[in-house]
Design a protein around this ligand. Structure first.
Ligand SMILES: [Zn+2]
Length: 426
């Protein structure tokens, strides 16, 4: 008689072709911010078909500024839908929530992609497409891991959830909404693209918009004008100093001191001026900066504010009227550290070993925002971030390894069976 584990692994193998087709269909939805509805309809239908009790709810703008898990936002949430499928367990097992985000970042310069970013393409072991790795493959893996357990004729003892949230790439308010509505569990697993490693810690992150106001003028009288673009370049230069100070703070911080730059001040967008031969009146830049787990994001934001105030008094280029405006426009959230040796981690370690010929699960630091932080920081829930090998996420020719995806699906299925418990009959 075949063991329950073997039956689960065989079921993942049997279902895998369907899993990849399902993933390709999901990649075709161009689920950019506030355009995720089609993808969420697709996930909702798939969960209902599988007998999940599905909740669909808007990202909750009313909680911004009230609930500490929420971050500032600059868009309306009328079209911002989150989906959670729940299945009650047979009795008494530990509960599990899979948390994934269905929103993706823009493709960048589409012409630089080998093929169209929202038309999935298979080439050998790779599946290409924006969001294929980050993190539609993981979302689909959680659904098919549960399918495999059912196909193996097994029933989970503990409750399970599949969460498909939005806003991860900008504010984290989708996960915050799920959390504030009580969609929690004894453990959370978020199958982000981690190259089959476990995230031990992540960074806190704050996202800002800077506006500089210049004095527009004709180039024939440059001394009468002041360039908003030059001011912005100068301001960014000053911010690099702040970044250096924050990087230096990594000393003595256990998981961060070996990283070259855990802070990663990133200016992600910039625009300014409206005519090639006019001294520009306005410039806008947006970016993010990270900090260390255990720190209050509001205190870090206040530090940035104080730094910018000081620059404006000390640097004569900013003298006179107020030329700089700072706005908080995205995630403002703390980082987390996954405590070592939790029962959830041990369960993942043994599942990983079983699908990797006994190899040890390695852990690393991901110095960016992760929705797992919401559950870890505000719910004190062991939150495991573990997912497939992928390349070029947020870049050109993003791709996910299909053999890795299969291994990860097996790991997730074995982990779920172990964590929630299984029975042959109900
Ligand atoms: Zn992601």
């Amino acid at each position: 008689m075949t063991s329950a584990h073997d039956r689960i692994l065989n079921a993942v193998d049997r279902l895998f072709d369907d899993q990849v087709l399902f993933l390709e269909r999901l990649v075709r939805f161009k689920s950019l911010r506030n355009e995720e509805t089609g993808a969420q309809d697709f996930i909702e239908a798939a969960l209902k078909e599988r007998g999940f009790d599905v909740s669909r709810f808007r990202t909750d703008a009313a909680q911004i500024g009230r609930h500490p898990a929420f971050s500032p936002a600059t868009v309306g949430y009328d079209e911002s839908w989150n989906v959670v499928g729940r299945k009650p367990g047979a009795s008494g097992g530990r509960s599990l929530a899979f948390n994934s985000h269905v929103d993706v970042v823009p493709a960048g310069s589409e012409y630089r992609w080998t093929s169209k970013p929202f038309e999935p393409r298979r080439d050998g072991d790779w599946l290409y497409g924006r969001g294929a790795g980050d993190m539609k493959a993981g979302l689909v893996a959680s659904i098919f891991a549960l399918d495999a357990i059912a196909q193996a004729g097994l029933f989970l003892l503990g409750d399970v959830q599949v969460q498909s949230v939005v806003e991860e790439e900008i504010t984290g308010n989708g996960a915050a909404t799920a959390f504030s509505l009580g969609f929690t569990a004894d453990a959370v697993l978020s199958p982000e693209p981690t190259d089959e490693q476990l995230v031990r810690a992540n960074a806190g992150v704050i996202k800002f918009r800077l506006e500089t106001r210049g004095r527009p003028a004709h180039p024939r009288e440059p001394e009468s004008g002041q360039s908003a673009i030059d001011l912005m370049v100068r301001l960014i230069g000053h911010l690099r100093t702040l970044e250096g100070q924050w990087i230096a703070e990594r000393k003595g911080k256990r998981w961060f001191e070996d990283l070259a730059n855990p802070v990663a001040l990133t200016i992600g967008t910039i625009s300014g001026g409206d005519w090639i031969a006019s001294i520009p009146s306005d410039c806008v830049a947006e970016g993010r900066i990270g900090f260390y787990p255990g720190e209050d994001p509001k205190a870090r934001a206040a530090e940035v504010e104080a730094f910018l105030e000081r620059i404006q008094t000390e640097d004569p280029a900013f003298a006179g009227e107020r030329l700089v405006t700072l706005t908080w426009v995205g995630v403002m959230h703390a980082g987390y550290e996954l405590a070592e040796g939790t029962a959830a981690e041990e369960a993942l370690r043994s599942a990983h070993a079983a699908t990797h010929a006994g190899a040890n699960l390695s852990a690393y630091v991901m110095a960016c925002y992760l929705d797992a932080a919401v559950f870890s920081v505000h719910g004190n829930i062991p939150s495991l971030v573990y997912g497939p090998i992928s390349e070029n996420i947020h870049g050109i020719d993003e791709r996910v390894s299909l053999s890795s995806l299969k291994r990860v699906t097996k790991t997730l299925a074995l982990f779920t069976a172990d964590w929630c418990g299984v029975t042959e009959r109900v």
